[in-house]
Design a protein around this ligand. Structure first.
Ligand code: PEP
Ligand code: MG
Length: 622
């Protein structure tokens, strides 16, 4: 939610090249914010040849040798991509590295390779036909799963499955190119400062881009949640995907202005448009530098009170941005990323390594790890894939079913493994403490859930100690998400069992207003500034203060500077937000006084209409 951002100036879903006075613009999906300008560098790909002869003329043994060679070449190509990672900005490295690991896994002794060999041996296919058939089938299988999941309204899972389908296709294409000798397109020939224009850009292509030479990326295909988009964001390259009819409209070398905030591409801009775009791009460079200075300054109100600003982390690739933007800790590590896009549950060692890497990178700043929050709109396809199908609601309303801690208590071994991994990640190193680490339980509605989770936690602690692990002393505190009206209204009693609280205002808004957060039909009714939500937040903050339990806000509300001012007025002092928003929140906080925030609260709490509240907040401190 944002009450401060201006609505997009122009929007068009039509595949248009439209004349607006003297220039023309196209509309696509804004992926990475940022202004850029430069000549168009079109990158096209030689098509793969059709397979005219599906059956092998040389026999299965020789086909397997060809397949082995193609696989070996693919490993070598991936190795070369890995070597290039050192030259990339830190932001993109982890994200690309993990993608390359997925490709390597698929090229290893995987289902994909096994099935290709079976087709070669059993059906007498040539290697190309077997690779093409198997990768198409696997991709279609997971795409079908994505469609089923999307029908169930779980956009996050549908996206994960679509990414997996894309990975199968990419590995298939790579093997086909290696088998047929059709080379890949080269990005290195683009003149420096070009805007890369392509029909499709695959994640592996992004790994080959040099962000220092490319001003922006614009593509005809793609979407907001695919790997390509994630990587472009991680590399901070201004980018727009899904521009209808792009390739038919952009000429090689034509000047382009790319507005990654609005998702618009201006073709052959006039002088005024060029000047304005250049000024905006320079302003952004200056703003980024100013944010760099802001990083060293405390998040403190003019009236002297310290405010804690931490970041939410969804993917390890966000770590560098989180550190660059001066987060004082991770207030919410959504551990779901470890569980998606795989065929089994991550084991204790694997999870330990992943958490420990993050804890170490935070270098003494607190890390709050939320245990798996599946159920509701999250994780439904993954739950099926990992054999938890019986836990998925059969009919009924998944948002009100087995979700968060409720689900974990039904599959205690999953929770045990995660507790153990988090505890081990927080183990002192050569007697020196690392961390601090905190553990967060999602979707708690009553005390018995905390008691049951704590019993499991204590059992895991005893097991690890018996095995000789030196656990941190004191142990990582066990906190709870306040995401339901029931929890918000009973913070006083929950506080007897929970060490700290985090207000998850995304779900709190959904459950308070009975408005599904992912249903576009009711998106206009989803308002965290509804007085009902605000009163619950105020009640929760008051009770936590009385019970002397730390409380923070980690929902999207905390990403909006003026809403944070209101939340300070409501008694909150600790916030965790997406790291991109952190500098703007800090910049405003440093101009505010507690009295000013309290005055805003007094005004707001008299109102009953969310739209009026929204206006009051938007006008505050402008
Ligand atoms: C929330 O509900 O506000 C929250 C932070 O959790 P998530 O968005 O991951 O459900
Ligand atoms: Mg939530």
């Amino acid at each position: 939610m944002s009450v401060t951002e201006a609505p997009p100036r122009r929007r068009s879903s039509r595949p248009s090249r439209r004349s607006a006075s003297s220039s023309t613009f196209l509309q696509g999906k804004a992926i990475t914010p940022g202004m850029a300008l430069g000549p168009a560098g079109r990158v096209e790909e030689l098509p793969l040849p059709d397979i005219t002869e599906r059956y092998s003329a040389i026999g299965p043994e020789a086909e397997n040798v060809r397949l082995d060679e193609a696989i070996a070449r693919a490993f070598h190509q991936i190795e070369k991509m890995r070597d290039r990672l050192v030259g990339l900005p830190e932001e993109g490295r982890a994200e690309i590295a993990s993608l390359l690991t997925v490709y390597e896994r698929m090229l290893g002794p995987s289902r994909l390779v096994r099935q290709v060999r079976e087709r070669i041996a059993g059906e007498g296919l040539c290697a190309e036909a077997a690779v093409s058939d198997v990768t198409e089938e696997l991709a279609a299988q997971v795409s079908r799963m994505a469609e089923a999941v999307a029908r169930e309204n779980s956009a996050q899972d549908a996206d994960a499955n679509l990414r997996l389908a894309g990975e199968f296709e990419e590995v298939g294409r790579r093997l086909m190119r290696n088998l047929t000798g059709i080379s890949y397109r080269a990005f290195s020939s683009l003149p420096p400062g070009s805007v890369l224009v392509a029909e499709q850009l695959r994640p592996a292509d992004v790994a080959m881009i040099d962000p220092a030479r490319i001003a922006a990326v614009v593509t005809q295909g793609g979407g907001g949640a695919d790997h390509t988009a994630i990587l472009l964001r991680a590399l901070d390259i201004p980018a727009i995907l899904a521009v209808p009819n792009l390739m038919a409209q952009v000429q090689e070398g034509e000047m382009l202005v790319v507005d990654g905030h609005l998702g618009t591409v201006t073709l052959s801009p006039n002088d005024t448009e060029l000047r304005l775009a250049a000024e905006a791009a320079q302003r952004e460079v200056r703003e980024k530098r100013a944010f760099g200075r802001l990083k060293r300054l405390p998040a403190q109100l003019q009236s002297g009170e310290d405010i804690e600003l931490a970041a939410n982390l969804e993917l390890p690739a966000e770590m560098p941005m989180l550190l660059r933007n001066g987060a004082k800790g991770i207030g919410l590590l959504r551990s779901e990323f470890l569980f998606g896009e795989r065929e089994d549950l991550p084991d204790e060692d694997g999870q330990t390594d992943a958490y420990r890497a993050i804890v170490q990178a935070m270098d003494g700043r607190p890390v709050t790890i939320r245990v798996l929050d599946w159920g509701g709109e999250k994780g439904r396809a993954c739950m099926r894939r990992l054999g938890l199908a019986e836990q998925v609601a059969d009919g009924g309303n998944p948002a009100l079913g087995l979700r968060g801690v409720r689900l974990l208590l039904r599959v205690p071994d999953v929770l045990e493994t995660q507790f153990a991994a988090i505890l081990r990640a927080a183990e002192p190193e050569a007697g020196v403490a690392i961390g601090p680490v905190r553990i967060l339980l999602p979707m708690v509605t009553s005390a018995d859930e905390i008691v049951a989770a704590r019993e499991i936690y204590d059992r895991v602690v005893r097991r690890l100690r018996r095995k000789g692990h030196t656990l941190p002393d004191p142990l990582p505190p066990l906190g709870i998400m306040i995401e339901t009206p029931a929890a918000a209204l009973t913070v006083d009693t929950l506080a007897r069992h929970a060490d700290f609280m985090a207000l998850g205002t995304n779900d709190l808004t959904m459950y308070t207003l009975a408005v599904d957060r992912s249903d576009s039909m009711v998106a206009d009714r989803y308002s965290p500034l509804h007085p009902g939500v605000l009163r619950l937040i105020e009640a929760a903050a008051d009770s936590a203060l009385k019970a002397r339990r730390p409380i923070s806000v980690c929902g999207e509300m905390a990403s909006d500077p003026r809403v944070v001012a209101l939340l300070i007025g409501l008694g909150l002092r600790s916030f965790s937000m997406n790291s991109a928003s952190l500098p703007r929140v800090k910049r405003l906080i440093r101009t505010l006084t507690l009295e000013g925030c309290d005055q805003l609260r007094r005004q707001v709490m008299l109102e009953s209409d969310p739209a009026v509240i929204q206006d009051l907040v938007r006008q505050f401190a402008t």
